[in-house]
Design a binder for this molecule. Structure first.
Ligand code: HEC
Length: 102
């Protein structure tokens, strides 16, 4: 019986980990950004702006929320405004945390 409880808790633990995987995943979300910003965030997107690498999570979420609200950006902001429209608040949080650690 003890052994059964042990196996049961192991199974529950694995299920919990799997469930956690369904929340906003910064790495997966960054897949569609990497083309312009580089896999490690070090590229100047379309030759403009500053590289994302080195920016803090706070700076990143400020920029992304700003693009979404159309209150932030430089000469090519229209590109990022359309990118940011598709992001939820959780997406922006997960992306900012992920990119700040690149
Ligand atoms: C089609 C190319 C392209 C894609 C895809 C793209 N970006 Fe950008 N990104 C740009 C350009 C160009 C700029 C500079 C825009 C400007 O002039 O404000 C920029 C700027 C930014 C900035 C602001 C940096 C600063 O200077 O403060 C952030 C943050 C950012 N992008 C994050 C993302 C994230 C996160 C994604 C994916 C969801 C993404 N971008 C997808 C082209 C792209």
């Amino acid at each position: 019986m003890k052994r059964f409880a042990c196996i049961l808790s192991a199974v529950l633990f694995v299920l919990l980990l799997a469930a956690a995987g369904f929340t906003a995943d910064g790495a997966a979300l960054y897949g569609k950004c990497a083309g312009c910003h580089g896999a490690d965030g070090a590229k100047k997107a379309l030759g403009t702006g500053q590289p994302l690498k080195g920016l803090s999570a706070a700076d990143l979420s400020k920029a992304l929320n700003g693009y979404k609200a159309k209150t932030y950006g430089g000469e090519k902001k229209a590109i990022m405004e359309s990118q940011a429209q598709a992001l939820s608040a959780e997406d922006i949080e997960a992306l900012s945390a992920y990119i700040s650690k690149l």
